[in-house]
Ligand binder design. Structure first.
Ligand SMILES: Cc1ncc(COP(=O)(O)O)c(C=O)c1O
Length: 387
């Protein structure tokens, strides 16, 4: 083992580099003491039931709290039969791909879009095709035409993947008229829209857009939720909202029959975290902290790079920064890393790598405000040096 310790976490610290690349939470904002308390209370309340196989769709106390929480937030009634607990949003997409699609099917994706979602879809042998977009995001009328042409060529197109609210990597949200058109188009054609709603609760200004799930009344849309950004990614906990028929198919998967509900002990602890009021307090706290981090990074970059358009996302964790004309993210990355700052180049968020050359994704979630200021200084120096 060369005397080296085996790793514990995914994050790899690169000494000397302030990394704006990772979409990870700031360690000091993880609810260590609160989770410990919830764990103790859960063990006291549920005893051995915490430690045995869980109910297939997720433990009742979590589904009950979560359906109440989500219904209230969206001013809708979302029935417990429309929930399936997963090991996070990534796992939810993995499961939905397995249930809805077959190898060689076409899956349509927004672009740019969450780069690791593309990886999950590829794992299933799916052909990824970019949905048509314009400045407002996905264009449902053009999408309709593309879908018709794919179907006329005998292709199966079971689903479209999109992060319509505070998207990764852009931080932008699909405008409401486009949401309605997309939902109508999906209903008319039978295309299932997979709505990755991971950032819904991290809203920093204004109101959060109505979900596609809500607009569609739960028909033709599968919505993915996660506790990774609101509470902690190490919990590996999230959920799927889907029509009861899809929930039943998920619940009857062999490995659920064999292993019971997913991540049962953590799910039951989340129920305590929610019903005790800790979830609400914690999310309010981190929302304020991430807003501060957004303002710090955006403010610093706007000051030092007045000629660049630095967008300020209304929610989520990312700034999608356009570079000066003619500058490519890959060239900038080399210079930036030599000056002690890093980011993710825009091309990674395009399924065909044909886009995003002069954009970079900056995540403001991991670093502290003083680190973000320093990272902005280094990035500014790199951009000026490459210009
Ligand atoms: C859009 C999106 N979906 C899913 C995930 C992964 O979420 P989870 O940790 O719940 O698997 C992320 C994390 O960066 C994300 O940005």
């Amino acid at each position: 083992m060369n005397g080296r310790e085996l790793p514990i976490i995914q994050f790899e610290d690169r000494p000397g580099i302030l990394d704006l690349g990772w979409g990870h939470p700031c360690p000091s904002l993880l609810p260590v003491a609160e989770w410990q308390k919830a764990t103790q209370a859960t063990m006291e309340q549920f005893g051995w039931q915490v430690l045995t196989y869980g109910y297939a769709t997720g433990p009742g106390p979590l589904i009950e709290w979560l359906s109440g929480h989500v219904s209230k937030a969206e001013n809708a009634v979302i029935d417990p039969s429309q929930f399936f607990i997963t090991a996070g949003a990534s796992h939810a997409l993995e499961l939905i791909s397995a249930v809805l699609a077959e190898p060689q099917d076409v899956v349509l994706v927004d672009s740019p879009t969450y780069h690791f979602a593309l990886r999950i879809l590829r794992d299933h042998g799916l052909e990824i095709v970019k949905a048509p977009t314009d400045d407002d995001g996905i264009d449902p009328a053009a999408l309709d035409e593309l879908l018709a042409s794919l179907l006329s060529r005998g292709r199966r197109v079971p689903m479209l993947y999109i992060v319509p609210t505070f998207g990764n990597p852009t931080g932008r949200s699909l405008p409401s008229h486009r949401r309605c058109e997309l939902v109508q188009m999906a209903r008319r054609t039978g295309l299932t829209v997979v709505e990755d709603d991971t950032y819904r609760e991290l809203v920093y200004q204004g109101t959060v857009p109505t979900s596609l799930w809500r607009l569609a009344d739960g028909e033709g849309v599968v919505r993915i939720g996660s506790f990774s950004k609101t509470v902690a990614p190490g919990l590996r906990l999230g959920w799927i909202n889907a029509a009861p028929g899809i929930v039943r198919r998920l619940a009857s998967l062999g490995y659920v029959d064999s292993g019971g509900g997913i991540n049962h002990a953590t799910a039951l602890t989340m129920a305590t975290f929610g019903t005790s009021g800790t979830y609400g307090q914690h999310v309010a706290h981190v929302r304020g902290e991430y807003r501060l981090r957004r303002d710090t990074l955006v403010g610093a970059l706007r000051n030092s790079l007045p000629d660049l358009h630095v967008p300020s996302p209304a929610g989520g964790w990312f700034v999608w920064l356009p570079l000066p004309p003619g500058m490519t993210a890959s060239v900038l990355l080399r210079k930036a890393e030599s000056l002690g700052v890093s980011f993710v180049p825009g091309t990674l968020f395009y399924a065909d790598a044909q886009g995003g050359y002069n954009h970079v994704r900056l995540s403001f979630s991991l670093l502290t405000p003083p680190q973000l200021i320093m990272a902005a200084e280094r990035l500014t120096e790199a951009i000026q040096a490459v210009s």
